[in-house]
Write a protein that binds this ligand. Structure first.
Ligand code: PMP
Length: 405
């Protein structure tokens, strides 16, 4: 008989022999101040049973174990229930969702906002619902943007990372090709992450808005790694005052907002279209009320500058310390990618850090291009000075051991 199945063993062996196989490592976490700690009575392997300082979480404000956020989730569970029970358009719409969306719209300076079950679902649902003819996409945009473009079946023009000149050239070239043809009225969407997860870079948003206006295109931003960290708990759009020039503000509730889920903020018409046409919204159970309530509370807390200030102080201290030591730290945000280059060196450095009680992952191909491996260091607002010093000391010792310093 023919074998029409899938040779998964071969696929896994190929990954293993290329040293590219990834593994889940379950941990029981005591989230306070970013420590992993031995589990109480659990069978899970906990990073060899040792405590470790975690500089590897997107819980940037450290709010996942904030009592007020926990209480908000608990209260939603006891009043509304743990699950939405149906899609929002059927019976899954609750006041908890409406509160979150009202608060998001206010933070983002938009008419309305809509909560999705994840940031991934928000990107895929929004791009497919807009049905753009052409998407201009930064080469390092998140996979959910790439997948949204694929599913939308649009033409995707990839421009150089954070390179407004490259975007300008792509727009000019496309405009010239379209001129005088049936494509003259095609719809164009420029999509970019604002803070890039693996590079810590920040998109040149003002220049992108200038270009969008020159060519009549819309701008859509993914603020997954920025939401909650800038003025009034907003993202880069708020930091740069670009609310009136960005048509689609999207993000996740799962990073600084300490929860799970995604959102889109924009005009009344945009949200109404998404409610009707975003298939990942229409055909998916509403966001769990517990997640919505936790995100609402975290967003509320992120409005206070003192929570955010602590994060930025830790970021400055760590970047400065690493650079003084001689490491090259990429980017311009709270994400501190420490450039290593060779993937084996990056793995050795991550192991060396781990042996000294610091968890920060080696990022290598295919996540980043070959030869640009790095350690992705993410401080949190809840790390204190001594945590940052311990992290720096671990980098100094492990860096010397691997021969990088
Ligand atoms: N966009 C970006 C830039 C992200 O980094 C992520 C999460 N890694 C997502 C979207 C997806 O968000 P979620 O985890 O909520 O699905």
């Amino acid at each position: 008989m023919e074998d029409r199945g899938f040779d998964l063993e071969d696929r896994l062996e190929a990954l293993e022999s290329a040293e590219l196989k990834r593994r889940l490592s379950p941990v029981d976490r005591v989230a306070e101040r970013g420590y992993f700690a031995p589990p109480s009575g659990s069978e899970l392997p906990v990073l060899d049973g040792e405590e470790a300082l975690v500089f590897a979480s997107n819980n940037y404000l450290g709010l996942t174990d904030d009592e007020r956020v926990e209480n908000a989730a608990r209260q939603a569970a006891s009043t509304v229930g743990t699950g939405a029970g149906a899609s929002r358009l059927v019976t899954g719409d609750t006041m908890v969702h409406r509160d979150l969306e009202r608060q998001l719209a206010e933070t983002k300076g938009c008419d309305r906002a809509l909560a999705f079950s994840s940031g991934y679902a928000a990107n895929v649902g929004t791009i497919t619902a807009l049905e753009p003819d052409v998407v201009f996409s930064d080469e390092y945009n998140h996979a959910s943007i790439v997948d949204g473009c694929r599913l939308a079946g649009c033409e995707t023009v990839v421009y150089g990372h954070c390179d407004a000149a490259s975007l300008g050239a792509a727009l000019a070239e496309r405009a010239e090709r379209a001129s005088g043809t049936d494509n003259e009225n095609e719809s164009w969407l420029i999509v970019t992450d604002t803070v890039f997860s693996m590079d810590g870079t920040v998109a040149p948003l003002e220049a992108i808005c200038d270009l969008a206006e020159e060519y009549g295109a819309w701008v859509m931003v993914d603020e997954a790694h920025a939401t909650g960290l800038y003025v009034r708990g907003g993202g880069i759009v708020q930091a740069e005052g670009l609310e009136d020039r960005v048509q689609v503000q999207l993000g996740t509730l799962s990073k600084a907002l300490a929860s799970q889920g995604g959102y889109v903020a924009g005009s009344d018409a945009l949200i109404e279209c998404l409610v009707n046409d975003a298939r990942s919204f229409v055909f998916s159970t509403g966001l769990a009320p517990t997640a919505a309530a936790a995100a609402s509370e975290a967003l509320h807390l992120s409005r206070h500058t003192d929570v955010r200030d602590r994060l930025w102080e830790n970021v400055a201290h760590l970047r400065d310390g690493l650079e003084t030591m001689g490491f090259e730290v990429l980017g311009d945000s709270q994400i501190l990618p420490v450039f290593v280059g060779d993937r084996r060196d990056a793995l050795a450095l991550a192991d060396g850090l781990r042996e000294r009680g610091v968890v920060a992952p080696a990022i290598r191909t295919p996540t980043v291009p070959e030869g640009t491996s790095r350690i992705r260091v993410t401080p949190m607002a809840t790390h204190d000075q001594s945590d940052v010093v311990a992290c720096l000391e671990a980098f100094q010792a492990a860096g010397q051991e691997v021969g990088l310093l």
